[in-house]
Every structure is written in structure tokens, then in C-alpha cells.
Design a protein around this ligand. Structure first.
Ligand SMILES: *Cc1c(COP(=O)(O)O)cnc(C)c1O
Length: 390
């Protein structure tokens, strides 16, 4: 069942010795036939759940027609997807890539082009926030705050990290020499911390005043996860660049940026690109995801299920703060979440960690109230058992 060690794989993940072999909706099966309720969706990816019929049909159809060409040619599936994204976001243009980190790399390069356009060397400061996670490639890593991820790879491009949610610190730091400000509306990896109300609007004002590009990294919070298509829509504060990935392909690897026109035009032919970015197969999948989340009632379902899950978690983890929005929720624990994640798995519920002491739930957006009630019931038992021992 298990490969004999040493593995042929580089050991850059601390993997559990469980392999899932099948999924349906919010249910996962492992090799031994055991079932689990999936409340993590492969890190907020499987937005429509596993083996969603429309997604399977579209991927199958596209694979049978044409999986890949190259960006040397027009790709109608890209054009259709871009139109959908713009319609769901704001007027602008779309660049497609393969992952979250790549989306942030593209945003970073656009920010650099913007800063260099008139002011080479004088508009180059980059701002991000403590607790931020923007990805693992060197550029995206430079925007990621956690020293554990950064320090082994120093020196990185210079980025200044401000306290998340501190309006006075933002006011002091954002001046005319700032090229770009990167923020997650809810810090997904850093402990499920929503930006305080009004903070995004404050950043919007400061970026407008100082001609800085405001980038919202919605790689985890976007595509319906918080009960709106994009998390910034809760507050009506629009970015200049939106980055998306994770849920966008419903399980196929795809990332995207939507950039306002004054920025989108800076990528002249030849300045940026990727071989796979926006290939027909990934685009076909993403089109289905965006079509499904735009169906009347879909986001209401996410919001209602999110509220039910939040209430259930508050009851299951008495005295622990529950943070987040929609179906991206974190439970603040008094310990490393690893033991709770493991005990939950033993009880047939897949959840994940976030930050140092937060339990993260990010189930498929199609989860039902019965599934929520059942997973909450199991987690309540898990937590009560852990608490009775410590
Ligand atoms: C996951 C994530 C990324 C990185 O995405 P990858 O596809 O893993 O490169 C970037 N930003 C946020 C907010 C994320 O949650």
C-alpha cells in the first residue's frame, strides 16, 4: 500500500500516510474504503466538491477536443473565461496562469512596470502585511511575511511589512514612492484573520492619493468562498489588481489576474507569459466554476452554510473565537492545531491548520446543512475528548 522509503519524491511536504482515491461532493474515500467528510477541499480548491457532474462533463469534453495549444495562438476558451471574470469583477483585462503564486508574480511585475513607467528608481517601494501569505516563488515569497518560509531564501526583493489592520501605520508608510500594496482581505494561511472593517477602504484612499497600485490577493477568499464572488464585495472596495487561483479551476490548476485598464496595458507583447497559462482544459473547468457560482441562490447558499457552520463551531469549541466569512472559517485554539486535525481525521473529518494555533475549515461550497451538522457533531466530540485529557 505504502511506497517503501526512501521515496522517489523530494520530501518537501510532511504528508499523512493516507491516500484518497475517490471523491463525490463533500465525501472522500481512502484506499481502504473509509469515508471522510471533506471540510478542507484540498486547501480551499474544490469549490464545487468532488466529481461535480458539470465539471466532469466539461473537462471530459475539452480533453476529447483539445487539451493544449500554446499562447502563440488565439484560445477561444481563454477569451470566454476572461469575459466571465471581468463581468464578475470590474472593468479591466485578464491574464491567465497556473497557480496562485504565478498570479501574484504577474501582479508584482505589473506593479514594478507601473512604478518604473515614469519614475525609475523613485517609485519602487512594496508594501505587504504581517501574517500575509502570497505564495512560494521568490517574488511571491518576498511578499509573504512568515520568517520560516522566507529566511532560508534570503536575500529576497525588499518588501515592507506593516501591522495588518493598522490604519495609522498604513497612513505613515504609504507615500508617493510606494508602487504597490498587497493584501488578502482575509489572511487565509496566517490564522484566518479578516481585515478590520474600513481598513481596505483606507488602503484604497491612500493608494489613490499616492498613485500606488492596490492588489487584493483573493486566491483563497475569492470565487464565492466568503459568500460573495470576491471578498472585497462585502465592503465595496475595489482593487486595481485582483489575483485568483485555488477555487477558480474547481481542482484543475489555473490562476488569473484581473487588472484595471491603466495597468493591463503595461504588459506589452513579450513582457510576460507562460506556456500552460490558460490552456483550454483549465479554462473549460474554470468556466464551469464561474457559471455555477453565478447561478441564482448559489452565493446565498454559501452564506447560509457559512453561518450554520460558524454557529456550530462556536458551540463545538466553547470559549474559542471563530473568525472568517462564509465558508472560510478559523477556530482560535489554545494550542497547535495539528493534534486536532489528526483527531478530526480519525473521526472522519478533514480539516486543516492555519497559522500557529488556528483550525481552518474551507469545505466545498456545495456542502449541505446535513453535512455541516454531522461534521460539527464529530468535531465537538473530538474537541471534548481532547479537552478532557488536557
Ligand atoms: C494558496 C495561496 C497563494 C499561493 O497559491 P499557490 O497556488 O499555492 O501558488 C497565494 N496567496 C494566497 C492568499 C493563498 O491562499
Amino acid at each position: 500500500m505504502t511506497d517503501p522509503l526512501p521515496s522517489a519524491l523530494i520530501q518537501n511536504y510532511a504528508r499523512q500516510d493516507i491516500a484518497f482515491v475517490r471523491g463525490q461532493g463533500c465525501t472522500l474515500w481512502d484506499e481502504s474504503g473509509r469515508t471522510y467528510i471533506d471540510a478542507f477541499a484540498g486547501v480551499a480548491v474544490s469549490a464545487l466538491g468532488h466529481a461535480h457532474p458539470a465539471l466532469v462533463a466539461a473537462i471530459t469534453r475539452q480533453a476529447g477536443a483539445l487539451a493544449h495549444v500554446s499562447n502563440h495562438y488565439r484560445i477561444p476558451e481563454q477569451e470566454a473565461l476572461a469575459r466571465q471574470l471581468v463581468a464578475l469583477a470590474f472593468p479591466g483585462q485578464v491574464l491567465l496562469c497556473n497557480s496562485g503564486a504565478e498570479a501574484n508574480e504577474a501582479a508584482l511585475k505589473l506593479v514594478r512596470l507601473w512604478g518604473n513607467q515614469k519614475h525609475v528608481g523613485r517609485k519602487s517601494r512594496l508594501i505587504a502585511f504581517q501574517g500575509a501569505f502570497h505564495g512560494r516563488t521568490l517574488g511571491a515569497l518576498s511578499l509573504t511575511a512568515n520568517p520560516k518560509y522566507r529566511e532560508p531564501f534570503a536575500p529576497l526583493p525588499a518588501v515592507e511589512f506593516l501591522p495588518f489592520g493598522d490604519a495609522a501605520a498604513a497612513e505613515a508608510a504609504i507615500r508617493d514612492d510606494v508602487a504597490g500594496v498587497f493584501i488578502e482581505p482575509i489572511q487565509g494561511e496566517g490564522g484566518v484573520h479578516p481585515a478590520p472593517p474600513g481598513f481596505l477602504a483606507r488602503l484604497r484612499e491612500l493608494c489613490d492619493r499616492h498613485g500606488a497600485v492596490l492588489v487584493f490577493d483573493e486566491i483563497q477568499t475569492g470565487v464565492g468562498r466568503t459568500g460573495k464572488t470576491w471578498c472585497w464585495q462585502h465592503e465595496g472596495v475595489r482593487p486595481d489588481i485582483l489575483t485568483s487561483a485555488k477555487g477558480l479551476g474547481g481542482g484543475l490548476p489555473i490562476g488569473a489576474i484581473v487588472a484595471a485598464p491603466h495597468l493591463a496595458g503595461l504588459f506589452a507583447p513579450g513582457l510576460h507569459g507562460t506556456t500552460f497559462g490558460g490552456n483550454p482544459l483549465a479554462c473549460a473547468a474554470a468556466q464551469v466554476v464561474l457559471t455555477e457560482i453565478a447561478r441564482p441562490g448559489f452565493l446565498d447558499h454559501v452564506a447560509a452554510m457559512g453561518e450554520r457552520l460558524r454557529q456550530g463551531l462556536s458551540a463545538a469549541f466553547p470559549g474559542c473565537a471563530v473568525r472568517g466569512k462564509g465558508l472560510l472559517l478559523g477556530v482560535q485554539l489554545d494550542r497547535d492545531p495539528g493534534s486536532v486535525v489528526a483527531a478530526a481525521r480519525a473521526a472522519g473529518v478533514i480539516v486543516g491548520p492555519s497559522g500557529a494555533n488556528t483550525l481552518r475549515l474551507a469545505p466545498p461550497l456545495v456542502i449541505s446543512s446535513a453535512e455541516i451538522d454531522e461534521l460539527v457533531r464529530r468535531l465537538a466530540g473530538v474537541w471534548a475528548a481532547i479537552r478532557s485529557k488536557t
